[in-house]
Design a binder for this molecule. Sequence first.
Ligand SMILES: Nc1ncnc2c1ncn2[C@@H]1O[C@H](COP(=O)(O)OP(=O)(O)OP(=O)(O)O)[C@@H](O)[C@H]1O
Length: 238
Amino acid sequence: MSIRTYIVQLRAVSKIYDRGPVPVHALRDVTLSVGTGEFLALTGPSGCGKSTLLNLVAGLDRPTSGDIVLDGQPTGGWSSLQWTRARRDLIGIVFQAFHLLPALTAEENVAMPLLLSGSAGRSLSSRVAECLDLVGLRERAKHRPSELSGGEQQRVAIARGVVHRPRLLIADEPTGNLDSRTAAEILALLRSLPRQLGCTIMLATHSDAAARQADRLCRMKDGLLHDHPPKTLPQDTA
Ligand SMILES: Nc1ncnc2c1ncn2[C@@H]1O[C@H](COP(=O)(O)OP(=O)(O)OP(=O)(O)O)[C@@H](O)[C@H]1O
């Protein structure tokens, strides 16, 4: 018998933002399981809750109710430190706006997560070079973000997002700031990562072309999520 393993499970997750004059129900009872090695796309109109969902999975915000289980571990009682550890070990994140440090070179930006977790020396340098190779930017290792195109900056951000070998890569509108041709190249790169690195990808996007790259598409509307079965099954374990 084969058992599918899930890296992410959301069980009846809701998020209400209640600091403003009117409470905003950003997520309503969302239940979702993401299989190991799967490439899942979340689509839907602006404001439907895509970023909110990804922020909760990355521990950048907390649900109002419901459970989030990461790699089989219920996260309900996790402290900030435990979430920081999860982002150091399990989760990588890529944002629309790249968020590279402008004073650092491409390779220094990519090295940052490893430096923050105490790595150093030759193994750090070779891992950084490996990741720059993976995204096709080894030649640009010594360039600063201002000397790189938008697509190249996003490649550096992707290399930084996977340098610590996360099993889950969260990508929030990673092609939102790019022209359509560059966006297609970045998507092809993301598409290759589950196979090359064995990681799972959760992608939020407005773009139908981007969503078509995924194994599974979940449409969101007004905080509700409509799941669709995968085009291909995620990696199963016996
Ligand atoms: N910190 C916040 N405080 C109050 N309301 C918020 C906050 N963050 C998001 N919202 C609201 O929650 C809802 C969902 O927002 P979210 O950013 O998750 O949508 P989205 O689908 O990612 O949108 P977009 O595609 O435009 O990025 C929106 O109505 C938004 O205004």
